[in-house]
Write a protein that binds this ligand. Structure first.
Ligand code: HSE
Length: 316
């Protein structure tokens, strides 16, 4: 266990959920961007809150634990923890909320991984995913683990089931990730509320083929199979209308050599996977040119899959 009052530093990475065809079940962590957090154990005492959240960024997110994603995740963890401790958490969000790259998951996952480290690693990774999903519920109204799982486990993950929880980490060949974040906000709850609740059998069959193809492509390091499987006939046709220039951007990125890609999580960010860094940089240039041409401010990242997930550093 880390001594009371000693701060630790936490790096909680962004994640790309869905991986195009795997709505709510596939995701991967990236090396950049990431949130920075600091945390310490405090003794529990009467009239002292068990969880104190201090935001040190510009987003003005709620600090009441039950309304804050990190707080909600920690409240779930506290229910199964030694009663004599509470936590102080400082959060510096470098992943913009509502960007579609797992901003809420980074806070929730970072908080529970940090808390577990402070307590002497008493919980399993599955426990931590279970606690962190409470943060996702605050953010989007539902528990889903496709951002949380890769954030905690690192790499690419498949959530076979959330009740009961079963997470499978998947191998992957070297892949470069280009992400563009157009500066508009799409709330996950809104992007979920517009989805159709019924799926045609012919569409489901295509989607199953693509999910299985993508998993097989990752396991066999078959880049062409990965590229062919990055197709979504169920969610993307509905959600892409929320993202300016989506179809044209995707077309141009693929022409530039990207294997494929699509909406990152619930958007508005778009991601593309490439075999080499040179192609990933070319894809970035295409994304910038397109959004510059329509005057839409944006941020881009060229990064790789993060095999580690949340990382902890003891502060001096
Ligand atoms: N699977 C979730 C969704 C991810 O697409 O709504 C949200 O980041």
């Amino acid at each position: 266990m880390v001594p009371i009052h000693q701060w630790i530093k936490i790096k909680a990475p962004a994640t790309v959920a869905n991986m195009v065809c795997g709505f709510d079940i596939l995701g991967f962590a990236v090396c950049d961007p990431y949130d920075e957090m600091e945390m310490r154990l405090v003794p529990r005492a009467e009239n002292v809150p068990a969880i104190t959240i201090i935001n040190i960024d510009e987003y003005n997110l709620p600090t009441q634990p039950e309304k804050n994603v990190a707080g909600a995740a920690l409240l779930a963890l506290l229910e199964e923890s030694p009663k004599e401790f509470g936590f102080e958490v400082k959060i510096n969000k470098l992943i913009k909320p509502g960007s579609g790259v797992g901003s809420s998951a980074a806070s929730s996952a970072g908080a529970v991984v940090g808390a577990n480290y402070l307590l002497g690693n008493i919980f399993s990774k599955d426990d931590l995913v279970r606690f962190a999903m409470n943060g996702e519920k605050v953010a989007s109204g539902v528990k889903h683990a496709d951002n949380i799982a890769p954030c905690i486990h690192g790499g690419v993950t498949l959530v076979r089931s959330i009740f009961p929880l079963e997470i499978i980490t998947l191998p992957s060949p070297q892949l470069y990730v280009t992400i563009v974040h157009p500066q508009i906000e799409v709330r996950t709850s809104d992007a979920r509320s517009i989805l159709r609740q019924q799926v045609l059998l012919k569409d489901a069959i295509k989607q199953w083929g693509n999910i299985a193809g993508l998993v097989a492509g990752l396991m066999k390091s078959d880049y062409d199979l990965i590229g062919r499987s990055l197709e979504d006939v169920i969610i993307e046709p509905v959600r892409s209308i929320l993202i300016p220039g989506f179809d044209e951007l995707k077309k141009q990125c693929k022409e530039a050599g990207a294997l494929g890609g699509g909406i990152s999580g619930s958007g508005p960010s778009i991601f593309m996977l490439s075999k080499t860094k040179d192609i990933a940089l070319l894809v970035q240039a295409k994304m910038k040119a397109l959004y510059d041409s329509i005057g839409l401010p944006h941020h881009t990242y060229v990064t790789t899959i993060n095999p580690a997930g949340v990382e902890i550093e003891t502060k001096n």
